[in-house]
Design a protein around this ligand. Structure first.
Ligand code: BG6
Length: 487
């Protein structure tokens, strides 16, 4: 499938996301011949640049973002010829006439059809204002019969159930639901999409993929970095809003959902919503046993962070999905900053055999695992016990590995490449739907309330480089290293 000719307007064009992710990903799509023949990017932001000045600036950003790869200078220049810039104040409704004129001019000069994607790569407080101004100037609806409009909204989508509902209502007043693309870059990761293929294209996993054979599931995203220069945003968000409500809950949905009857956006998104709706709500008196929050030492002295901040930089939680397939199977979800390694993975812990035949055989339920490594070293590993050569019957845990880098000529596209291309194609499968977002906020909201009331009580501290606060042990996760002596 190739995308039709179109124009992409990026609001927040001089920002970090545009230079670090959007333009480098669009450049990669250009190199791989996946962009439509007639395709232009119009960057819009307040700073005063000419087209050429903007191109020079972004050329450096693209080189920096792709520093591990060889960049073909001629191709990069070809790509940059598709990039244009408009200096404009997106907070000022009266400036949208200028935007409209520039769009018309580009459509005319570059022979582009009336097909436009707006990308809101701006601070979240602009998510209401920009679409409202687009509506006021008539830019939200096509002018020609074969035209269309789409809008891509970055996370965070709301900060609570109420604000997410308000934003959804506002956007749906301006665009149709199928024109709204709520991005969650985790869904653009190759390894995340592969969860669906692994589960639904193989007969061997499905019979085991339920409460009868699975002991527990762990879904984690650990990071070594702290908040860096994002203190202003992060201190108001925290790990629960920043990572769990979106990225990790989407991973959970892919792991737990039923198979859709066809691989189309709506049936898939229907199954995701069903998972979120079946999540067991937390009762206030259970929260402190089922959720552990932490903050790394030194966080309060980070730039733009309150000196008495109670914002969590670590969360571990035990969730349950109250449905036929998953009844009483714990899902352990955890994430944190300043942890020992950068890694995201899903570990499916299978139940152990009902009876142990071999001395020292693992009965802890941690020997049979399927490990889906999302990043880095993308891989899928199945762990099981085998006999050690020689006398006796000593069981040893071994692993069967598939590594993405072993696929010849494999190319793992950046998440944004996949998601941008999907939006150009009009495929919303890997974008979040409003009902799913609201359902996820329904679980998260009471926790945020509870923490607000508790303040610093039950906020546990950990040293940077440690594996989160010790109190996480209270959740009863299967230990990483098996306690049996033979594994
Ligand atoms: C972002 C969060 O959405 O995801 C960041 O705002 C986080 O705080 C990042 O660091 C992690 O993404 P990735 O792809 O590096 O795991």
């Amino acid at each position: 499938k190739t995308a039709s000719d179109q124009l992409l307007v990026i609001f927040g064009a001089s920002g970090d996301l545009t230079g670090r992710k959007l333009l480098p990903s669009l450049y990669e799509l250009h190199v791989r011949g996946l962009l439509p023949e007639r395709f232009c990017i119009l960057g819009a932001a307040r700073t005063d640049y000419s087209d050429d000045e903007y191109r020079v600036l972004e050329k450096a950003h693209i080189r920096e973002a792709l520093k591990k790869k060889e960049v073909d200078e001629a191709e990069l220049d070809n790509f940059l010829r598709r990039v244009f810039y408009l200096s404009f104040d997106s907070t000022n409704a009266s400036e949208y006439g200028k935007l409209k004129d520039r769009i018309h001019q580009l459509q005319h000069e570059e022979q582009l059809p009336d097909k436009i994607i707006y990308y809101l790569a701006t601070p979240p407080l602009m998510y209401e204002l920009i679409p409202a101004c687009l509506k006021e100037s008539g830019l939200n609806v096509p002018e020609k019969a074969d035209g269309w409009r789409r809008v891509i909204v970055e996370k965070p989508f709301g900060t609570s159930l109420e604000s997410a509902q308000k934003l959804n209502k506002h956007l749906c007043h301006i665009f149709d639901e199928e024109e709204i693309y709520r991005i969650d870059h985790y869904l653009g990761k190759e390894t995340v999409q592969n969860i669906l293929v692994l589960r639904f294209s193989n007969g061997i996993f499905e019979p085991l993929w339920n409460r009868n054979y699975i002991d527990s599931i762990e879904i984690s995203a650990s990071e070594t970095l702290g908040v860096e220069n994002r203190g202003k945003y992060y201190d108001g968000a925290g790990a629960l809003r920043d990572m769990i409500q979106n990225h990790l809950m989407q991973l959970m949905a892919f792991t737990a959902m039923e198979s859709p009857s066809v691989f189309d956006p709506e049936p898939i998104r229907d199954e995701i919503v069903k998972v979120f709706r079946a999540l067991r709500p937390y009762k206030t008196h259970d929260m402190d046993h089922l959720i552990v929050r932490g903050q790394y030492d030194g966080y309060r002295t980070e730039k733009n962070v309150a000196t008495d901040s109670t914002t969590e930089t670590y969360v571990a939680m035990k969730m349950f999905i109250d449905n036929w397939r998953w009844s009483d199977v714990p899902f352990y979800i955890f994430t944190g900053k300043k942890l020992p390694e950068k890694s995201s993975e899903i570990v499916v812990n299978f139940k152990s055999t009902p009876h142990q035949l071999f001395a020292g055989q693992c009965s802890g339920g941690s020997c049979n695992k399927l490990i889906i490594r999302i990043q880095p070293d993308e891989s899928i590993t199945l762990k099981f016990g085998l006999k050690m050569p020689g006398a006796g019957f000593t069981v040893k845990q071994v692993g069967m590995d598939f590594r993405y880098d072993s696929l010849s000529k494999s190319y793992l596209p950046d998440a944004y490449e996949r998601l941008l291309l999907d939006a150009m194609l009009g495929d919303s499968t890997l974008y979040a739907r409003s009902d799913a977002l609201e359902a996820s906020w329904r679980l998260i909201d009471p926790i945020l309330h509870h923490w607000k009331e508790e303040g610093a009580k039950n906020l546990f501290f950990y040293a940077p480089g440690e594996d989160g606060p010790l109190e996480k042990a209270r959740l009863g996760m299967v230990p990483k290293d098996c306690p049996c002596q033979t594994c």
